[in-house]
Design a protein around this ligand. Structure first.
Ligand SMILES: NC(=O)c1ccc[n+]([C@@H]2O[C@H](COP(=O)([O-])OP(=O)(O)OC[C@H]3O[C@@H](n4cnc5c(N)ncnc54)[C@H](OP(=O)(O)O)[C@@H]3O)[C@@H](O)[C@H]2O)c1
Length: 346
């Protein structure tokens, strides 16, 4: 299996992680097949396979399976005993998460204690804002996060789904507290290349912040397994693609009306149109003795990049395949070929 022992520093923080993490949004989630298509034992075996390969960076959130994802991760860690690096998230009051309980920035502390309890640890390695807070409360939220770092409950601070402008704002407020912004987590994959054009990748380079790429397979579509039409894309992923299309988090940087977005077919569901891209990935995969999934994942990890993908995985087979995307690099020519095919498939 590939060696994932290389360590990458998250921004200017003192947290170091392997070149790839593991997303565990599905662990414990019945909507995502837990208890049906995969079991607790599958998760346990997948967890151990990750650690055997040197993949010890896990991404969870208070809201994943209503806290069950954090609990399962903690159980695995206790049973296995080896150290891991944990990223988890807090959802502040915002347009996307309009919870009354979260109106005050102080609610971050309560949420943080909840995560620490479920994870059964005293300090979280990377604590993230799951979505940006309302603009007029951003400074105050950053101040409370800084306090969480000061009291030793958080080692490094991350953002998710911020625009480049709000990211810079958060970065500057944290800097006033002497805290470096470690990372920003956004959707990034071959079908969702907005970070290249919406200012996020540029801001990461400028501010020395690591980009953590979620949904690197576009929920499994980029593994090629739905290509032949034999396996149907699960309903929950279809819903996600339509939600993503609404662009509530303004990642696309386009001025397309909400109605047009609502009624156009998400790209990930238009498999016929994507076929030329799959053919290109397949050819490169064949030449390299790799799979389509490994090529799609490796594309996210250029040699000179500061990008860490966090593919979701539910079983040993998936972990082993995904691990094979680490430890080598696509050539410049191969990358150009893939990017050309991606553009042609739009
Ligand atoms: N911060 C945020 O706002 C945010 C948002 C979304 C996700 N995330 C994080 O990012 C992580 C990854 O995103 P994601 O899980 O949504 O999407 P993803 O990584 O693009 O897709 C993961 C899914 O693909 C399938 N898969 C994985 N490896 C495979 C392989 N080798 N062969 C075939 N199928 C494979 C599995 O589902 P099936 O077996 O069902 O096909 C898996 O659950 C999440 O787990 C979460 O931690 C963060």
């Amino acid at each position: 299996m590939a060696n994932c022992s290389e360590k990458i520093r998250l921004g200017k923080s003192d947290v170091f992680v392997p070149p790839m993490g593991i997303g565990i949004i599905s662990w414990g989630s019945k909507h995502m097949g837990y208890g049906k298509s995969y079991s607790n034992d599958d998760i346990w075996q997948a967890y151990r396979t990750c650690l055997d390969a040197g993949l010890n960076f896990f991404d969870t959130a208070e809201m994943y399976a209503k806290g069950e994802s954090e609990r399962i991760l903690s159980e695995c860690q206790r049973k296995d005993g080896r150290p891991i690096i944990i990223s988890t998230k807090f959802a502040p009051h915002s347009l996307v998460t309009p919870s009354k309980e979260r109106k005050s920035p102080q609610s971050l502390m309560k949420a943080l204690d909840g995560s620490l309890k479920r994870l059964r640890i005293e300090c979280i390695d990377l604590y993230n804002f799951h979505v940006p807070p309302a603009e007029n409360m951003l400074d105050e939220y950053m101040d409370v996060m800084a306090e969480a770092v000061r009291v030793g409950k958080v080692r490094a601070v991350g953002l998710c789904n911020f625009t480049a402008t709000s990211m810079k704002w958060a970065h500057s407020r944290l800097t006033e507290h002497g805290i470096p912004l470690a990372s920003i987590m956004v959707g990034y994959n071959l079908l969702r290349r907005y970070p290249e054009t919406n200012g996020i990748l540029d801001a990461c380079r400028e501010l020395d912040v690591t980009l953590i790429a979620f949904a690197p397979f576009a929920e499994g579509v980029l593994t090629g397994k739905y290509r032949s039409g034999g396996t149907k894309i699960p309903g929950i992923y279809r819903v996600l693609f339509y939600l993503e299309q609404l662009d509530l988090l303004k990642e696309r940087g386009e001025s397309v009306s909400i109605l047009k977005r609502l009624f156009s077919k998400p790209r990930a569901l238009n498999l016929k149109k994507l076929e030329p891209l799959f053919l290109t990935l397949e050819e490169i995969a064949k030449n390299r003795g790799k799979s389509i999934a490994q090529i799609a994942l490796n594309w996210l990890m250029p040699e000179d990049g500061n990008i860490i993908p966090i593919p979701g995985a539910k079983n040993v087979r998936q972990v082993k395949e995904n691990t094979g995307a680490v430890g080598w690099y696509l050539t410049k020519e191969e990358r150009m070929c893939i990017e050309k095919a991606e553009i042609a498939s739009r």
